[in-house]
Design a protein around this ligand. Sequence first.
Ligand code: ZN
Length: 253
Amino acid sequence: MRIVRYQVKEEAPQYGWLLDDKIGEVDGDIFGRYRRRDANIPRADVKLLAPCQPSKIVCVGRNYVDHAKELGNEVPKVPLIFLKPQSSIIASGEAILLPPQSAQVEHEAELVIVIGKRGRHITTEDAKKHILGYTVGNDVTARDLQKSDGQWTRAKGFDTFCVFGPWIDTDFDPSDAVVTCRVNGQMRQMASTRDMVFSVPTLVAYISSVMTLEPGDLIFSGTPAGVGPLKPGDRVDVEIDGLGGISNPVRAE
Ligand code: ZN
């Protein structure tokens, strides 16, 4: 099933499910008990929002060997994790704003894990039970500030720097999917998720050994090689084969 969050005109946002180009309402809690109504609302009649509201966004750095190398870094011995704030979230279609503090904002195409069930000290064997599904992400990064600050909060935390969507796919198999990023139609990043250093279950287990994972929390699983700068007027497309794609224009703030 593909879960969406959507809005009709000025009405309150709500969860739904997508079948072809039609949306059906979902009654209840998508992380618990719910009932699906018939999919009969044309997708073109609604605004799709970021597909959930995470209490936290956990990201993994240097989880592809080639990307660690291209920035001159070693592959970490354990997952390298950091957080992005909720205020950085935008949906597919909304503009990524380049802040005046940075001269080098870059795209990072990523597979994103969506947590479905609360847990702490989750084992790798149990990880799947705690995952609701997967979505497509762009971990937008001010590369110059990441280097100069040491701490990554500013570089990763600007408003509009967390794109994910357009839906959560609950049936997606993350073991060998091709992740691509195009800027103005030109391929920048392409790799399979099988090249990740730390697998999805390992990431869930590791992160939950540190912090309780809540329903709706996101894990950005790291980006492959090929990261590069974004300029005003660009359009950046991130796609994951069999999952979906997000597309955002880029503007100066
Ligand atoms: Zn990243």
